[in-house]
Design a binder for this molecule. Structure first.
Ligand SMILES: [Zn+2]
Length: 146
């Protein structure tokens, strides 16, 4: 089991709660970065947390250390990384009707196809349904940076 002092980590990273105190719960239990949890930030409530529309893979949830469960939220980068790893290990889905159209002799994939594939390729596709953060991560991956 990993021995991580989350309170120390949060203090070091300057993560502060709405009470103006360093908050260990605002750190990701996997990478130690800020988890951008709606409830752990100084932001006034502006709608549901980013995690509300996310899918957490079983492998990702299993990687959270026991002592951090139900206390620390996973950050968006770790959620994206886990989903990308899982989806990239699968064969590419076959393109079906509605997945693409031809324009000027080129194949243009629709958002529907990208969503079934499950990850951003980082090529700046016209109908990319993924977030700016995921696109940025895909571009970095292409360039061989972690
Ligand atoms: Zn993380």
């Amino acid at each position: 089991m990993r021995d991580v002092n989350f309170t120390k980590l949060a203090r070091k990273r300057g993560i502060v709660t709405r009470l103006g105190m360093n908050c260990a719960a605002a750190t990701c239990p996997i990478c130690g970065g800020p988890n951008e949890c709606q409830l752990a930030t100084t932001d006034a409530y502006k709608g549901p947390c980013w995690c509300a529309g996310e899918t957490f893979t079983d492998a990702l949830l299993a990687s959270v250390p026991e002592e951090a469960r139900r206390i620390h939220c996973i950050c968006p980068r770790c959620v994206i990384t886990a989903r990308r790893l899982e989806m990239k290990a699968r064969p590419l889905p076959r393109a079906e009707a509605g997945d693409f159209y031809i324009e000027g002799g080129r194949v243009v994939f629709t958002a529907q196809y990208h969503q079934r594939r499950g990850y951003c390729c980082g090529n700046g596709c016209r109908h990319c349904p993924f977030t700016a953060m995921e696109f940025e991560m895909a571009v970095m991956e292409q360039r061989g940076k972690p």
